[in-house]
Design a protein around this ligand. Structure first.
Ligand SMILES: Cc1ncc(COP(=O)(O)O)c(C=O)c1O
Length: 384
């Protein structure tokens, strides 16, 4: 592969040269725990034991690095394992970090309920404008800014370039959770971020059949430090999960194009629907982050959230009435999903500064026929 190759080419070929032994055109699933040594310490290709490295995982990591335009990537057993490993490598007890006022509930839980006990403190700040972030950076030393854009579940947008500049001026590093956008829509490292985190469970895997996580680094030295922690703590993905994720990635670009097209149509329909109080989708010109999203993203993604005029119970009822939108957690698969964040994915933020509105419904718009999806949502909203 060359760095000039386009995204779709890299998704299919980066890290995936035909197998030198057999010519297999996709990387085999190296379902092994240990590797024969040619004499003590005589490793073949650096492989020794699959917690440390496995060839199927290497293929996935090389592909992820190419897609995020970074020099190195590490794959993990889940997005949360990736987050935890990165934070416990970069931060030390006593450090302070900034987190967004809207983020995946599990990320908040990691900071608020796990890492607090380890001695890491956090401040919560809206990252949709820079002045509030700069104010917090000026107030005390900050080790790291953790950003999501678009955020889960309110789809707010942060200016990655601006955040990177503010972070670096204050001696902090910027980590961007790029799960909602995927590298096809947005490449935070090219905008100045120091590391990108993914739940590869979502768009990268793309088929709701595997849980995984990844970090892509701007700097090889940091990747080596995090790799050391990962080997020491062990949150690695197995070979089959690595292979499934790699297979999903091959079609990321075509899937994302369709997710974006369907989501835009769904958002436009909801924006005109009398039962809907507000639609949160960065593709709508009325969204406060629309201009920034246009500048830093190729398109606006497949996630759409909306609030119901009739309140919480109506939101819960709508979630139970769809035929094609499956009621479930997670997102980013080819099939459409619907959920009630306050009672499901974001139950862990109740009572915090990240609490989500009770009348909110979140959609992961899939790649089905969009007319069918729109009919399904209409009937769910109009059954009241
Ligand atoms: C934005 C975001 N980041 C991280 C995660 C955690 O990833 P995983 O569930 O793979 O551990 C999720 C899961 O929903 C997510 O939505």
């Amino acid at each position: 592969m060359t760095t000039q190759d386009g995204f779709e080419t890299l998704a299919i070929h980066a890290g995936q040269e035909p197998d030198p032994l057999t010519g297999a055109v996709v990387p085999p699933i190296y379902q092994v725990s240990t590797f024969k040594q040619d004499g003590v310490g005589g490793l073949r290709g650096g492989y020794e034991y699959s917690r440390s490295a496995n060839p199927t995982r290497t293929a996935l990591e090389e592909c992820l690095a190419a897609l995020e335009a970074g020099p190195a990537a590490l794959a993990f057993a889940s997005g949360m394992a990736a987050e935890d490993c990165l934070l416990r490598t970069v931060c030390s007890p006593g450090d302070h970090v900034l987190i967004p006022d809207d983020a995946y509930g599990g990320t908040y839980r990691l900071f608020a309920r796990v890492l607090t006990g380890w001695g890491l403190s956090h401040g919560v700040v809206s990252m949709s404008g820079l002045p509030a972030v700069r104010e917090q950076l000026a107030a005390r030393p900050v080790k790291l800014i953790w950003a999501e854009t678009p955020t889960n579940p309110l789809l707010s947008i942060a200016d990655i370039q601006g955040l990177a500049q503010a972070a670096h001026e204050a001696g902090a590093m910027l980590v961007v959770d790029n799960t909602f956008a995927s590298p096809y829509l947005q490449q935070p490292l090219t905008l100045g971020a120091d590391a990108v985190v993914h739940s590869t469970t979502k768009y990268l895997g793309g088929h709701s059949d595997v849980v995984g996580g990844a970090i892509v680094f701007a700097d090889r030295e940091l990747a080596e430090r995090v790799d050391y922690t990962r080997n020491a703590t062990g949150g690695v993905p197995g070979p089959f999960d690595s292979w499934l994720t790699l297979r999903g990635i091959k079609t990321l670009a075509v899937r994302m194009d369709r997710h974006c097209r369907n989501a835009m149509r769904v958002a436009q329909m909801l924006a005109e629907h009398p039962a809907v109080a507000e639609v949160l989708y960065p593709g709508l010109p009325t969204h406060p982050g629309h201009k920034t999203a246009q500048e830093q993203m190729r398109s606006f993604g497949g996630m759409v959230s909306f609030r119901l005029l009739a309140g919480e119970e109506a939101a819960v009822r709508a979630c139970g009435r769809t035929r094609l939108f499956t009621l479930g957690e997670s997102l980013g698969g080819v099939e459409s999903l619907i959920e009630h964040p306050a009672r499901m994915t974001h139950a862990s933020v109740a009572g915090s500064q990240l609490e989500v509105p009770a009348d909110l419904v979140r959609l992961s718009v899939g790649i089905e026929d969009c007319d069918d999806l729109i009919d399904d949502l209409r009937q769910a909203l109009e059954s009241d």
